[in-house]
Design a protein around this ligand. Structure first.
Ligand SMILES: *[C@@H]1O[C@H](CO)[C@@H](O)[C@H](O)[C@H]1NC(C)=O
Ligand SMILES: *[C@@H]1O[C@H](CO)[C@@H](O)[C@H](O)[C@H]1NC(C)=O
Ligand SMILES: *[C@@H]1O[C@H](CO)[C@@H](O)[C@H](O)[C@H]1NC(C)=O
Ligand SMILES: *[C@@H]1O[C@H](CO)[C@@H](O)[C@H](O)[C@H]1NC(C)=O
Ligand SMILES: [Zn+2]
Length: 522
């Protein structure tokens, strides 16, 4: 009797602790899974017609390895991120005008304006080299973005980011600058003094002035002398304004002078209590970038999630009868990778996925095109032969030196990632399992010492659903995204009504001129 009970207890123990995935899926599972996928594929509906609304989601620095690792980390290897069931997928080539491995603002310019730009420049064509203020002032070098195109067609526009609203990716929506670091006046050198900083362009110029919803961080670029605290530190490494400006006040005055209704949001509570009827909304929730999702203050005075900002932005924009364009950036995936903390990057992809999940509950794919992509990837590896169920924060043993290595590694990295040492005149690699490799702050090992982890030039994926989503179906240039948005929404280069009448008008004018010339000459 006693032994039977003992056996039962042992059996219960085994059943409880052995994870589900170790009982490997049988043939039946894969056959069923295959049949389900076939039927999903056969039931795909091509949605023709015009996209009244377009939402573009960009996870900064989310390459294929990051996407796979985040899926395993957050959903398990059988799981799916919010967009992974979208029925149209393309591959994007991300090289910039002058770099094989690009940065975020040249790629954002490609995505939003449809023209490749030089490294570190935003909203200008390849005639402008980094720091060349004179060249960037030439109107013919300026590129119009999907945001201008949408506004010209009478659509509402907005953007949401977890970075400063003046940071690289959003800047390409509204600014023209030869240097992405010129976010506020204090970073512009004497040689660039004729150029306007990015924050000023957002608040004072078109199309920035007409963006109905702006949410993110970056108060330190908009206002001089902002309060500094541990909960919301001023990022002294990047631009912070010193000229006494208050561009938030200027934004407010502009809306008042034009008799628009508006609201300014500073924290979670403001966001939760916002008034959906207001025409203009400016939500600035941090001095620098927003905090990583895992560490942000979730109280009323704290910073909102990407999901909550996105939900409110969609609701605010949905009242536009001509439709809207919304751009949402999960910007901290890239930040986490640069610092060499892979787990933080994976967690940011999960909150990006949550924001998309929330959005899908609010929209109708019959009139809304949703695009998910990334600007570039990172030098992250998922390697070794970890077992199923171990998770991506695991380690496996090197066959040569018998020292474990983590499944996630970086190609390049800062001093925290570059960990080789010398012992007895031999290069040694420390055993990562001496640390808890599942910790937020754990730094995965890198091959090459650099100031930080660098981007990768590998292609990225684009996923789409809604009107004209089927236009993504091959290996495309990154610039293609802007043209798909334009084609689907009939804006910018594919604008129909307004543009064509203007074209005919011009034709008639020229005809009239020629006829009168002939008459005069006779
Ligand atoms: C998001 O907003 C909802 C209310 O709309 C609130 O209940 C929730 O706490 C917020 N979530 C986060 C993660 O901030
Ligand atoms: C979308 O359009 C299709 C075809 O016209 C229709 O059958 C479907 O009900 C629509 N879906 C929604 C959510 O409106
Ligand atoms: C270095 O040499 C010392 C003394 O011979 C030895 O105890 C130690 O294990 C060696 N370390 C390595 C990494 O081989
Ligand atoms: C390992 O842990 C120590 C102590 O917390 C920490 O100082 C070190 O940076 C960690 N190493 C890595 C590679 O994360
Ligand atoms: Zn980056």
């Amino acid at each position: 009797m006693c032994s039977i009970i003992l056996l039962l207890v042992i059996l219960m123990f085994i059943l409880q602790t052995v994870p589900v995935y170790n009982s490997k899926e049988g043939q039946g599972y894969w056959k069923q899974e295959g049949a389900d996928e076939i039927s999903e594929a056969l039931n795909q509906r091509v949605i023709e017609g015009t996209a009244k609304n377009v939402i573009v989601f960009i996870a900064d620095g989310m390459g294929m390895t990051t996407m796979t690792s985040s899926r395993i980390y957050g959903k398990g290897e059988n799981g799916f991120l919010a967009w992974e069931k979208f029925n149209n997928v393309g591959v994007l080539k991300v090289y910039s005008a002058n770099k094989l491995v690009p940065d975020s603002c040249s790629t954002a310019t490609a995505l939003f304006s449809g023209v490749k730009a030089n490294h570190k420049t935003s909203g200008v064509d390849a005639t402008v080299d980094v720091d060349d203020c004179e060249a960037s002032l030439k109107p013919e070098a300026h590129l119009d973005s999907i945001m201008s195109w949408a506004q010209e067609s009478g659509k509402g526009t907005g953007f949401v980011t977890t970075t400063r609203v003046t940071h690289a990716t959003p800047s390409a929506l509204y600014a023209h600058t030869p240097n992405r670091n010129w976010e506020c006046e204090s970073k512009i050198p004497q040689s660039g003094s004729k150029c306007e900083d990015i924050a000023k362009q957002l608040i004072q110029n078109m199309p920035g002035k007409k963006i109905q919803v702006i949410m993110g961080g970056g108060r330190q670029c908009l206002q001089s002398s902002v309060p500094d605290s541990a909960a919301d530190p001023v990022d002294t490494w990047s631009c912070y304004s010193k000229d006494g400006r208050d561009l938030i006040e200027d934004w407010k005055k502009d809306k008042e002078n034009n008799k628009y209704s508006y609201q300014i949001l500073n924290n979670n509570k403001d966001l939760q209590n916002l008034d959906l009827s207001k025409e203009y909304t400016l939500g600035i929730f941090a001095n620098g970038h927003l905090k990583y999702d895992y560490e942000r203050d979730r109280s009323d005075q704290g910073m909102p999630s990407l999901s909550n900002m996105t939900e409110k932005a969609v609701q605010l924009l949905q009242k536009n009868k001509n439709g809207y364009l919304l751009v949402v950036e999960g910007g901290l995936v890239d930040q986490a990778h640069h610092r060499g903390h892979a787990r933080k990057a994976l967690e940011e992809v999960i909150s990006f996925s949550d924001a998309i999940q929330k959005t899908l509950e609010l929209i109708n794919f019959n009139d809304t095109l949703v695009i998910i992509t990334s600007d570039h990837s990172h030098s992250l590896l998922l390697t070794g032969y970890p077992d199923r169920g171990q998770g991506v924060l695991s380690s496996t043993l090197s066959a040569m030196d018998k020292i474990p290595f983590t499944s996630l590694l970086y190609g390049t990295g800062g001093p925290n990632n570059y960990q080789f040492g010398v012992e007895n005149e031999t290069v040694v690699r420390p055993d990562p399992t001496k640390n808890d490799t599942t910790e937020w702050e754990y730094s995965q090992q890198a091959v090459v010492l650099n100031d930080e982890v660098t981007h990768s030039g590998a292609d990225v994926l684009v996923f789409a659903k809604g009107p004209m989503a089927h236009l993504f179906n091959a290996v495309h240039e990154q610039t293609y995204v802007a043209y798909v948005v334009a084609y689907a929404a009939k804006i910018g280069p594919y604008r129909t009504n307004g543009e064509s009448t203007q074209y005919y008008c011009n034709c008639y004018l020229i005809l009239l001129l020629i006829t009168s010339l002939i008459i005069i000459l006779k």
